[in-house]
Design a protein around this ligand. Sequence first.
Ligand code: PLP
Length: 388
Amino acid sequence: MGISKKMSNLGTETAFDVLARAAALASKGMDVINLGIGQPDFPTPPPIVEAGIKAMRDGHHGYTAANGIPALRETVADDIFKRRDVRVSADNILIMPGGKPTMSFAIEMFGEDGAEILYPNPGFPIYESMIRYSGATPVPIPLKEENGFSFNAEEVLSLLNDKTRLIILNSPANPTGGVIAKEELDALVRGLIQWPDIYILSDEIYSRMLYDGQSHHSLLSYPEIRDRLIILDGWSKTYAMTGWRLGWGLWPDKLVPEITRLCVNYHSCVNAAAQYAGITALTMDQSPVQEMMTAFDRRRLLVHERLNALPGISCILPKGAFYAFANIQDSGLSSRQMQEKLLEQHGIATIAGTSFGDYGEGYIRLSYANSMENINRAMDRMETALKS
Ligand code: PLP
């Protein structure tokens, strides 16, 4: 075969495989309840859709600048000030086709043979996949249930060495719904002062998805690391826009020419109409976002209560995003066995914790981006499954 060796290092995101298998089972007549894929079950709010249609009608059909249209980058800069209380220049913002490219490009930029990159485990599977693909060695930051799926800063700092190029953090987190404790972030940043050459990628795609009155604590709050900080965020989750492929990255000055070159090489620019729709999303009345979060919150409490009532299952209350990471260690099944049993025999799509890394063994991820009715039906089926 003629393809390069590094292709064998590239992993995947199992959620898409489970989605395809759930669809295949459904096409054979099985009633599958999908708690697998991580996307809001709401449509994109109408004003955003209208703005996209208007942009098409107004003739925005061509390429845009590789880094995105200026009006959108200015709007993102204003939004960062509004929500993270830090003034940034629109010149440091790169509009991307989704949240993912900011992470893939950052990993590509720093990863090579001999380099080490720290990443959360369990964590979004693309981190480890892209690190391996880049040739770098993935070094897991273990996220443990007893720490609320946050980390211990001392433990993270002990993993650093001269080969470390990049640290990836994600809060609120996929797949655990955990939030990194502020004191651990403070301690991590203090420790990072000793390591001025290490960059940080903070994946804040769930920054607007927090519960119980918490506010988002961005890595941008630390001026001492700002010249080596990359922030990833976007529209997919907050505005139910996963299929529009729209995200943004905030990059330090010295990396802006590098990331712009990667964009030109890979995708030229982001779909123009989606970019116009993105301006409307950030500037419109935000009540659709609040309504969505109110619905997620109700489902979060329901899924938490019902999971903890199941034999052999426990689950800590998720603090953010729309995932519950259920502990199945007393069920006698591995994560993969539980995923298979629930899908094939009971028509419930969930994702094995090991799809998010080795530290996910003993857990399954349930996305509660589904109706209360379907969550209740899924929990009834799980009860039957666990008793059989
Ligand atoms: N980062 C995390 C932690 C995610 O969970 C996801 C999507 O599930 C992404 C990034 C990618 O988002 P997008 O669909 O905008 O590429």
